[in-house]
Design a protein around this ligand. Structure first.
Ligand code: PMP
Ligand code: GLN
Length: 384
């Protein structure tokens, strides 16, 4: 393994899902739903396979049906208009979109500012692209993890090329507010930065939180690469269908990298996801309602079990502080948890450069069946 990748080892998600299998534990670690997405969307995939749509290499940018559906979705939900032919790119999940964007846009030595804790692939992809990551730490404040805008401003140097934003944010569940996004946008314009914004949890926002795409702020459309995912939005994480929307110059750049990573993305699923994106608003509302109920169930259970809970405004993750349980090392806690309680969770420390800042935080996923969440809570209560 080369020096760029050596520090990353095996992704925590694979490690923890393996641990769940080996110990027969309930897996609240890796973020994937244990119920598949809509039946009609599965049928659409079967139909595409049977009808021979997408069984051979589809077009590099993605099939026109899906590019059109992505553009229509951005227009319908956010009033953002993108040309499906030049401003939309289909990728092999959001993961490839992140990789291709960073590989396409960074010069060696460029600095990339990302919030810490960050989704693990960000750090690895910045490294593969030869960039330098500059973390800005989100800190607990009155029940949620908040961004310090002064710290963000201070992190920008003459070598900063790009801001890598994630809202709703994995693993903290923070949803950036209009004021925060406006300040980020102003900074990007003032310092002439590119922005890659990972909005894969755009449909999972709760209570009075609202998802606002960064590309909709003044001066942002031309400098922002926005990333979405069918895995998250339609509960088909195994299909690996994601997309990028951006101004044509940026999409062309990202496509230049994508063509040598995967060339094209898997065909039949693209047709199915095109149909999924056209589902009525009631689908998205029901999906959010379901996850909201599950969030509340798990948040209440974890609180009763003695954790300090940071109730997420978005995503399907809850970050907790384990110190009220008399614990302080999230790694040790998560490695022992299968034995102690038959539950798997993720230590947030893996998402930090400043590991000590993340040490006491542990993430639980609630995109699981109610009975699974209830059983997990029952088991976790035995820890106290
Ligand atoms: N970004 C974030 C913040 C995520 O949590 C995930 C995990 N699903 C991804 C990107 C990757 O998405 P995909 O499965 O579409 O590659
Ligand atoms: N995004 C999911 C999570 O945060 C997992 C995706 C993966 O395993 N790469 O748990």
């Amino acid at each position: 393994l080369n020096r760029r990748l050596a520090e990353f080892g095996t992704t925590i998600f694979a490690e923890m899902s393996q641990l769940a299998l080996r110990t027969g534990s309930l897996n609240l670690g890796q973020g994937f739903p244990d119920t598949d997405g809509p039946e009609e969307v599965r049928e659409a995939a079967v139909r595409a396979l049977r009808d021979g749509r997408g069984n051979q290499y589809p077009p590099g940018p993605g099939v026109p049906e899906l590019r059109g559906a992505v553009a229509a979705h951005q227009e319908r939900r956010y009033g953002l208009s993108y040309d499906p032919d030049t401003e939309v790119l289909v990728t092999a999940g959001a993961t490839e979109a992140i990789a291709a964007a960073l590989l396409a846009l960074l010069e060696p030595g460029d600095e990339v500012i990302a919030f810490e804790p960050y989704y693990d692939s960000y750090a690895a992809c910045i490294a593969m692209a030869g960039g330098t990551r500059v973390p800005v730490t989100l800190r607990p404040h009155e029940g949620s993890f908040r961004l310090d805008l002064d710290e963000l401003r201070a992190a920008v140097t003459d070598r900063t090329r790009l801001l890598l934003i994630n809202t709703p944010h994995n693993p903290t569940g923070t949803v950036l507010t209009r004021a925060e996004l406006a300040a980020i946008a102003e900074l990007a314009v003032e310092r002439d930065l590119l922005v890659v914004t990972d909005e894969v949890y755009e449909h999972l926002v709760f209570d009075d939180a609202e998802h606002l795409p960064l590309a909709s702020f003044p001066g942002m459309r031309e400098r922002t690469v926005t990333i979405g995912s069918a895995g998250k939005t339609f509960s088909f994480t195994g299909w690996k269908v994601g997309w990028v929307t951006a101004a044509s110059g940026l999409v062309t750049a990202v496509r230049s990298a994508k063509q040598f990573l995967t060339y094209v993305s898997s065909g039949p699923f693209q047709y199915a996801v095109a149909e999924a994106l056209a589902l009525p608003d009631s689908y998205f509302a029901a999906f959010r309602e379901d996850m909201l109920t599950k969030r509340d169930l798990l948040a209440a259970g974890l609180t009763e079990a003695g954790f300090e809970v940071f109730k997420p405004a978005g995503t399907y993750f809850i970050t907790t502080d384990i110190r009220p349980l008399g614990e302080s090392d999230g790694f040790a806690f998560c490695r022992a948890l299968p034995e102690r309680a038959g539950v798997v969770a993720i230590p947030n420390a893996v998402f930090y450069d400043h590991r000590e800042a993340g040490a006491p935080f542990v993430r639980f996923a609630f995109c699981k069946q109610t009975a699974v969440l209830e059983e997990a809570v029952r088991r976790l209560k035995s820890l106290a």
